[in-house]
Design a protein around this ligand. Structure first.
Ligand code: NAG
Ligand code: NAG
Ligand code: NAG
Ligand code: NAG
Length: 398
């Protein structure tokens, strides 16, 4: 425990320095040449021991170009199955740009539609070795390049890779590229470094935007099909939620049924037609009155074989800009009904956002997923929930 805290502290320290460096517009190599060189070179060496399999980090910032990330030990390049998309082959679909209904759409929808047919992009960071051995639960977290503090908090709390009663838990963060040009160069180097230390990043070469979350979904499913097709269960969620892996394991214990898909399921949700809303969908894009049942993307559980089926099905459907609805559409084709469970509170514990109940650790203790906590809140809540908490009554949701 003490060691973990120390390691985390070291890494946080390093990250803080780096962010400072970037904010001041210096490049890391400038900085390394300066007086702080010693610290940067010493700390990471301690921080990297997590897996025992990383090479020396000392030269990381000096190397001009990162070596390919696909060089994980034991995985050769001529492995039969590998990510087969290596170039970006994607041009705007000019066919639709002349159509009147298209011209009337908001810019973000036009952007989405122009590139809707581009489904697969190259991988920038891969971990083909992640699923080696029998993995019981794979935790995958949607993240963006600038939110390293969220990833850090998750690694210290619910994203810890461990083994419980012989059941292996592994964690991966799913990323695209920085949405803003000015973020790209600096943050990418930091991300490479973060990945160098933790080895838990998957990154694809597409822009991380709200409408590209569906792209992230299908890329992940394709990745799973190639590199992780025998995993038992998958938890997929956002990077600003509280998750209890223990409760999830308890819930999954003795689950025999096939086609398990559990979460905060919405039935007959209506497409939102108010333009100001984040989830607004013009009827030109979807004209039915309601969506098929789907689980809120904040966090849900599925079994591995179902995820593989979802991959195959997803390839037959046109991409839809809202990722969780898109999965609901795939489930509908598969005739699999997602199941609602009280332990998933991806829209808060109670509807009233200001209610004190949303901060009540006794609730968290019996939940599997709760939306939405920022890094500091997550760390605090995690510690509270795992302390000797006395609750007046035990909630029985599992
Ligand atoms: C790009 O895609 C088009 C059609 O989708 C195909 O004809 C072309 O060969 C592809 N080019 C490359 C370099 O893959
Ligand atoms: C555009 O239209 C042409 C001709 O109808 C078709 O062959 C092509 O596949 C279309 N492109 C896209 C991206 O749908
Ligand atoms: C999704 O990513 C692709 C590739 O980076 C980009 O061309 C496209 O504009 C993005 N789409 C949206 C809606 O942001
Ligand atoms: C919680 O209580 C148990 C026994 O009641 C005790 O052994 C343990 O040290 C306590 N843990 C903490 C973190 O206080």
């Amino acid at each position: 425990m003490k060691k973990t805290i120390y390691k985390s502290a070291c890494l946080s320290f390093v990250l803080v320095i780096m962010v400072t460096v970037l904010q001041r517009g210096m490049t890391p190599s400038h900085f390394i040449q300066g007086q702080q060189q010693k610290e940067l070179h010493q700390e990471p060496v301690k921080a990297q021991k997590r897996d025992g399999s990383f090479s020396k980090t000392g030269n990381f910032w000096k190397s001009k170009k990162e070596k390919t990330h696909l060089e994980a030990e034991g995985v050769t390049e001529n492995q039969v199955k590998s990510w087969d998309v290596t170039t970006i082959n994607c041009t705007a679909n000019q066919n639709i740009s002349k159509l009147d209904w298209f011209k009337g759409l908001e810019p973000n929808f036009r952007q989405f539609l122009l590139y809707r047919h581009c489904r697969y992009f190259p991988m920038l960071i891969n971990h083909p070795e992640k699923c080696r051995g029998d993995i019981y639960l794979l935790i995958v977290v949607k993240s963006i390049i600038t939110q390293h503090d969220r990833r850090e908090a998750i690694r210290r709390t619910w994203g810890q890779e461990k083994e419980v009663d012989g059941k292996k838990i592994r964690t991966l963060f799913l990323l695209g590229t920085a949405a803003k040009e000015e973020e790209r160069a600096n943050y990418q180097k930091l991300l490479d470094y973060e990945n160098h230390i933790y080895g838990d990043i998957l990154q694809w070469d597409f822009l991380d935007s709200f409408f590209n979350l569906t792209l992230k979904e299908v890329h992940f499913l394709k990745w799973l099909n190639i590199y992780c097709d025998s995993v038992r269960f998958i938890f997929k969620g956002d990077d600003d939620v509280f998750v209890s892996p223990n409760n999830i394991l308890e819930f999954l214990d003795n689950k025999k049924e096939e086609d398990l898909f559990v979460g905060d399921v919405l039935y007959k949700a209506r497409p939102i037609r108010k333009k100001e809303n984040k989830y607004y969908i013009p009827s030109a894009l979807y004209n039915k009155n309601s969506y098929p049942p789907y689980a809120g993307g904040g966090g849900f559980l599925m079994d591995g074989p179902l995820a593989i089926k979802l991959h195959k099905t997803s390839e037959t459907l046109e991409l839809y800009p809202i990722d969780d609805v898109f999965l609901g559409m795939c489930l509908e084709v598969l005739k699999v009904a997602p199941v609602r469970h009280e332990g998933f509170k991806t829209f808060g514990i109670v509807k009233n956002k200001n209610s004190k109940m949303n901060k009540e650790p006794c609730f968290y203790r019996s939940m599997m997923v709760v939306h939405k906590l920022l890094p500091l809140e997550l760390l605090q809540m995690w510690n509270l929930v795992h302390s000797n908490l006395t609750c007046s009554r035990k909630l029985n949701v599992l």
